[in-house]
Design a protein around this ligand. Structure first.
Ligand code: SAH
Length: 217
């Protein structure tokens, strides 16, 4: 990915006013947010507002998160260049593209086929080569490439799906919005031996995680 994508001034302003101003400091996160062309992940006509301080529709009733929430969740993962990260809920592919700039390998799972196809196109457009998109129920995780240094759940879940905890590497971190269908808390879990330490962050709103260990359809 190069920084030659259009609308780089809008991205610079987005990072300064929405992300740095709210306390995000991880240099890798800030530079990824400046580089990845968010407008290429959002369909018309909403792509005009791609750099606004808001979530936006991406089709099939799904949404791309507000830029600040993407930055916050990425920072909370403590991503490192040697990491393999699993994302649940590929959506537009934007969060996966941000992660792909920072870590070695990203696997992202999406349950809706047309959404997964769009994510694949979007990620190919920005030449993100270290991202694998898997079609399926992400509440089961993806045992094939486990364990993961980081797991990011980008849909609202009533509880942390057990298979995801089981696929978290020792020292790994999991970030997920946990709560009701309408409002959730951002939860971070860090795995150490047989312990799972939990921290809570502010309130967030995500579309529901639908699957065996999530909500019913
Ligand atoms: N991270 C995305 C936004 C996610 S929106 C982005 O950067 O654009 C939440 C996505 O989770 C939706 O696309 C929805 O279809 C998907 N989803 C919901 N339940 C899922 C499940 N069990 N497994 C995989 N994907 C799921």
């Amino acid at each position: 990915m190069t920084n030659s994508y259009p609308r780089s001034d809008e991205r610079r302003r987005m990072v300064e006013l929405q992300i740095e101003a709210r306390g995000i400091m991880d240099p890798g996160v800030l530079s990824a947010m400046r580089e990845v062309p968010r407008h290429l992940f959002i369909p018309q006509p909403w792509n005009r507002d791609a750099y606004a301080d808001a979530p936006l529709p991406i089709g099939s009733g799904q949404t791309i998160s507000q830029p600040y929430i993407v930055a916050l969740m990425t920072e909370l993962l403590h991503p490192k260049p040697t990491d393999t990260v699993l994302e649940i809920g590929a959506g537009s592919g934007y969060q996966a593209a941000i992660l792909s700039m920072i870590v070695k390998k990203v696997i992202t799972i999406e349950r809706i086929e047309t959404v997964a196809e769009h994510a694949r196109t979007n990620l190919a457009n920005v030449q993100a080569k270290n991202v694998e998109i898997v079609l399926g129920d992400g509440t089961l995780g993806y045992p094939l490439s486990a364990p993961y240094n980081g797991i990011l759940v980008t849909a609202a879940t009533p509880t942390i799906p057990e298979p995801l905890k089981a696929q978290l590497a020792d020292g790994g971190r999991l970030v997920a919005p946990v709560g009701s269908r309408s409002i959730q808390d951002l939860i971070v879990i860090e795995h150490h031996g047989d312990q799972f330490r939990e921290e809570q962050y502010g309130g967030v709103r995500f579309v529901p995680l639908v699957g065996k260990f999530g909500w019913e359809e």
